[in-house]
Unconditional design. Structure first.
Length: 284
């Protein structure tokens, strides 16, 4: 497979991305990537998540390694914009400056999900992977290349904590002022500071903020809005090509009232500050 990929790179050449979907995790980035990749004007990376700018082990491989993941595919138009979607880029403090240094003209797409629902979805993903005995490589080794990431230690080291137990664990980290970026199922929902870093680097003209429910309920309108933002022509896709949200998972139960009572006060002020900063409330 590696030889095949090298041959493809030589034949079709690597490319620099024109825009990046930076997250948030569990907010529909896989669906957004897939829908945009259907456009004749846009060409997504292989794989969807390259994790170049947030992982030291990948970042050390250099720009040529990164750009080899952007290959022109058959069926695309004459002028193509390339893109990737790594959902941890949004929450990693170091990423916006790295992206700015790489290409100051990048356009950034952010899609947000209501933070309690997002955290519960992330917990459920880890829970299911634990039950399946699956430890994805991005979790097995963290962004610094350590063999046991904090997420692996918590969710893949014997039993998986309940959502209630996990909430207490991370809230204790928040109260202590812990500096490690993981575990961050709850902290990833503090969106304002994360978005501010991107706006500081690229300006509002190059940052688009969407909501999870927008994509879920009217994906065609979201596709039109993304194409307008990117300045590329959009030809409406057939409805069957805009399917349900990808990577959705069954939940063992609904979030309990007790869990909501813990989390709602955590996000109340943060959400209000976010809406004031954005000037609107995302349909998330």
């Amino acid at each position: 497979m590696r030889l095949k990929k090298k041959i493809q790179t030589l034949l079709r050449g690597g490319h620099r991305p024109d825009f990046i979907i930076v997250g948030a995790q569990k907010s529909g980035t896989s669906s957004l990537f897939s829908y945009l990749n259907e456009s004749a004007s846009l060409c997504g990376s292989t794989p969807k998540e390259i994790h170049f700018f947030d992982r030291e082990d990948n970042f050390s491989k250099g720009n040529s390694w990164y750009e080899a993941h952007f290959l022109r595919r058959k069926g695309k138009g004459k002028h193509v914009s390339y893109f990737e979607a790594s959902p941890s880029y949004l929450c990693r403090e170091k990423v916006p400056a790295r992206l700015k240094a790489y290409n100051p003209d990048l356009k950034i797409i952010i899609i947000l999900r209501e933070p309690i629902a997002r955290a519960y979805s992330a917990w459920n993903m880890y829970r299911q992977w634990n039950e399946e005995g699956r430890v994805p490589g991005i979790i097995a080794k963290d962004q610094y290349g350590r063999d046991d990431s904090p997420i692996k230690q918590i969710f893949f080291n014997g039993s998986c904590p309940s959502f209630s137990d996990y909430i207490k664990l991370e809230m204790a980290l928040i109260e202590s002022g812990a500096s490690d970026e993981e575990p961050s199922l709850l902290r990833r929902g503090f969106y304002k500071d994360q978005i501010e870093r991107y706006v500081a680097c690229f300006g509002w003209a190059n940052v688009l903020v969407l909501g999870f429910n927008q994509l879920k309920n009217d994906s065609a309108a979201v596709m039109q809005r993304c194409h307008d933002f990117l300045g590329v022509p959009y030809q409406a896709l057939a409805p069957q090509r805009l399917q349900d949200i990808k990577n959705s998972r069954a939940y063992p139960a609904e979030i309990t009232r007790q869990e909501l009572d813990l989390l709602e006060p955590l996000y109340a002020a943060a959400n209000t500050a976010l809406f004031e900063y954005l000037g609107f409330q995302p349909d998330w």
